[in-house]
Design a protein around this ligand. Structure first.
Ligand SMILES: CC(C)(COP(=O)(O)OP(=O)(O)OC[C@H]1O[C@@H](n2cnc3c(N)ncnc32)[C@H](O)[C@@H]1OP(=O)(O)O)[C@@H](O)C(=O)NCCC(=O)NCCS
Length: 261
């Protein structure tokens, strides 16, 4: 197994989270590509774990000042993923690939002068597990629902990161259903939710007001304090793991039926 920097030959695999086999990835639009191009100039780093000539794991991290949390002089890990499905390259987890990716990212961040590394994870035992980072020497900083923010300082003067806090909820519009979709682009699961919500909203014509809030724009992110999320009439919809198109459609339809004709 080899850890390499992302190169042109693996870009497509990277853009679909190494799930080249997945039809869901066809529903994600071009948000990830846009995010990648934007963040390239801002110090985004991507490393891949290659085995049998195939990309089987990835880690993406960037200077925290350009991430979805607050902090300074740290690198923030948006995600680490070792392919775990039966399809495609198959399950490659629990064989040391994640550890190797994280070690390589940490060494790289140190070399670039970072004062530490930050990451997020869930304290529940699925998706990106906070417990895995803790075994790798990370400490919890704060909790937000089921998500934990963690960090590993490299030097005594490092400052801990902090969650961004939602500053406001989208307000309801009389006579319409308001669907508000926040999108930053870094996460294909969230990009999929965005595209499904947009498509579902369009089926109701002018009874539904669909709005896209583009949080790749830092000023917009700071204004709302939400990077990715779906709100229907001001109420946040649970989007991890991504709800199906039908589920989102039903949720909007339920609100549309309540509109006075
Ligand atoms: C968290 C994650 C990155 C870890 O990657 P990994 O390659 O499985 O990690 P490692 O193999 O280095 O470590 C995992 C475990 O396997 C064990 N292990 C490592 N090599 C091993 C080997 N040769 N034989 C048996 N066990 C081994 C490790 O000791 C570790 O055990 P622990 O969980 O009890 O600590 C991976 O499980 C993953 O991708 N999970 C999903 C994360 C996700 O949802 N990401 C998307 C977020 S947007």
């Amino acid at each position: 197994m080899q850890i390499i920097d992302l190169d042109e030959s693996h870009l497509n695999s990277y853009f679909c989270c190494l799930e080249d086999w997945s039809n869901d990835m066809l529903e994600t639009g071009d948000h990830k590509q846009r995010w990648y191009r934007h963040m390239q100039d801002k110090g985004l780093r991507v490393k891949l774990a290659i085995e049998d000539g195939l990309a089987c794991g990835m880690i993406q991290y960037l200077p925290i000042e350009h991430s979805i949390v607050k902090g300074q002089d740290l690198y923030f890990i948006h995600c680490i993923w070792v392919h775990g499905h039966k399809q495609g390259v198959g399950n490659r987890q629990k064989r040391g690939m994640g550890t190797a990716l994280l070690r390589a990212a940490e060494a790289d961040a140190r070399m670039r002068g970072a004062k530490g590394m930050a990451a997020w994870g869930l304290w529940l035992p699925f998706w990106m597990k906070a417990s895995w980072f803790k075994k790798q020497g990370f400490e919890k900083v704060e909790r937000d629902g089921i998500a934990q923010l963690l960090w590993k300082p490299f030097c005594p003067d490092a400052q801990p990161p902090a969650w961004m806090k939602k500053t406001q909820d989208p307000v309801r519009i009389p006579g319409k259903v308001r669907v508000t979709a926040f999108i930053s682009g870094w996460c294909q699961a969230q990009n999929m939710v965005f595209e499904r919500a947009k498509r579902a909203s369009q089926t109701f014509g002018d009874r539904v007001y669909f709005e896209q809030i583009d949080t790749l724009d830092r000023a917009v992110l700071d204004q709302w304090g939400i990077a990715d999320g779906l709100f229907i009439d001001g109420k946040q919809v649970w989007t991890g793991p991504p709800p199906s198109y039908e589920k989102i459609l039903k949720k909007i339809e339920k609100r549309v039926k309540k509109l006075k004709t």
